[in-house]
Design a protein around this ligand. Sequence first.
Ligand SMILES: [Zn+2]
Length: 143
Amino acid sequence: MNNQIQQTYARTTSSGSVSASKTLLNVKEMTMANTVQTIATPKPAVVFLRGLDARVARTKAAGMFDEDSRFLELDHAQILAHVQGRQDFTRGRDADDVPPLLADVAELASAWVDGWNEAEESVAMAACSGCNDGSGNPCPHHG
Ligand SMILES: [Zn+2]
């Protein structure tokens, strides 16, 4: 028995029903604490599913009969691939590390590359003295 359980056990056995309900509350609180801890330290993302949402959106679009809906969904797929590229840059992945789920679809692969490049440029511009000379304009290299 650990200390906390031992103390709870001692309270419960020595003084009747009031302590018993307190014990129930403690158990509940302990359960809640465990739940919070589980949420605070999620499992790492499953890396081989990178780009899955974009791939799913594109597949969905391919099955749409309404042309406007199809274009919107294709657009959405490209935006998701773009966002994945930004995230992958932020997580330290290389520019040639295109997710396998996007690599074989030209427009999704290029959207991913665009996202990766944009994120890289943002970081470079944030660190560039020419871009941060107070004028509010990017330097000739980044402009
Ligand atoms: Zn610059």
